[in-house]
Design a protein around this ligand. Sequence first.
Ligand SMILES: [Cu+2]
Length: 157
Amino acid sequence: MLRTLSIMAVSLLTSLGSAQAEDIQIEQSYALAASPVSKSGAIFMHIMNNGLENDLLIAVRTDVAMMPELHTHIMEHGIAKMRQIEAGIVILAGEATILKRGGMHVMLMGLTRSLLQGDVITITLIFAHAGEITIEVPVDNEHQDQMGMDMEQSDSN
Ligand SMILES: [Cu+2]
């Protein structure tokens, strides 16, 4: 019992430093563009922070866009507009930060190539604490957001 406790204390202490790359987990990522000739596209994902410290997504790097930016939507006079998040996106400890349509997203300004259904693109997310995390993102132009329906999905693996 004592031994278990001290091990727990040690692991708690060692994780008290800045967030590690392994604390950050990217799930359900997908990219899309409105058409094969679109000049811009977007990426959505869930960012899980399993660490004890908040992190900050500062920037994104990819060779498929000249200017990848972090965006959010704001309402201005009843019209939804996109705005760059220059301070970065706070990734709260112990939570999932959701980048989704109509909300925060990675904007791919100046696409260097078409995002075609089934393509896989590589992006690097740059965090203040966890550092750089490179992920592969499937292009899914036909992605359907679940409209709040909590339906059981059959295992498609
Ligand atoms: Cu945008």
